[in-house]
Design a protein around this ligand. Sequence first.
Ligand SMILES: CC(C)(COP(=O)(O)OP(=O)(O)OC[C@H]1O[C@@H](n2cnc3c(N)ncnc32)[C@H](O)[C@@H]1OP(=O)(O)O)[C@@H](O)C(=O)NCCC(=O)NCCS
Length: 170
Amino acid sequence: MTLQIRRAGVDDANTVSSIAIQTYTDTFGDSYPPEDLSQFLHDHYSPLPQRRELEDPQSAVWLLEDDGRAVGYLAAGPNGLPHADAQPGDIELKRLYVLASHQGGGHGARLMEAFLGWLDHPARRTLWVGVWSENHGAQRFYARYGCVPVGEYTFVVGESRDLEFILRRP
Ligand SMILES: CC(C)(COP(=O)(O)OP(=O)(O)OC[C@H]1O[C@@H](n2cnc3c(N)ncnc32)[C@H](O)[C@@H]1OP(=O)(O)O)[C@@H](O)C(=O)NCCC(=O)NCCS
């Protein structure tokens, strides 16, 4: 398998949207009533909000491609997580999704390394990550990069209220 990582551009909005919708549905879809899930996916992961993010010069998105077919992505931008120690200039890892067919093969790690290279150059910036309290695999994954829990907040999907941990890499 030959996988490549490249920075995504505005033209990748549809691709990024379809990866986000597929991976979110596969991973978390059973947690919500179908109408709440589809409204959430429409509001946040449909091509239009993805395009807005790709157009934002403060955002950065990396695509993982398998022989030219996108199979994962990582999106980062200005931190929006609610924490008293958050500072302007801090960065949030907004989403990290690898399609189920490609999980567990080290590809998430490769996306993370591409992102951290950008995050730490020219100066190391503080990283914030929000992760579902029940997503133990992702918590183990982020812990490998020095991300430690420092708080929590409530993530709203329709009528559902999820406990999310706030992780920080100083
Ligand atoms: C989390 C994720 C990006 C990691 O990418 P990956 O390519 O599967 O991970 P790697 O092969 O580089 O690293 C393996 C580690 O990732 C984590 N992991 C593996 N499969 C996972 C899965 N299905 N869900 C969550 N984490 C997973 C584990 O920590 C694993 O280490 P372990 O084998 O010691 O348990 C990917 O599994 C994924 O997209 N999961 C579903 C969506 C998700 O949970 N995203 C994070 C939201 S905050």
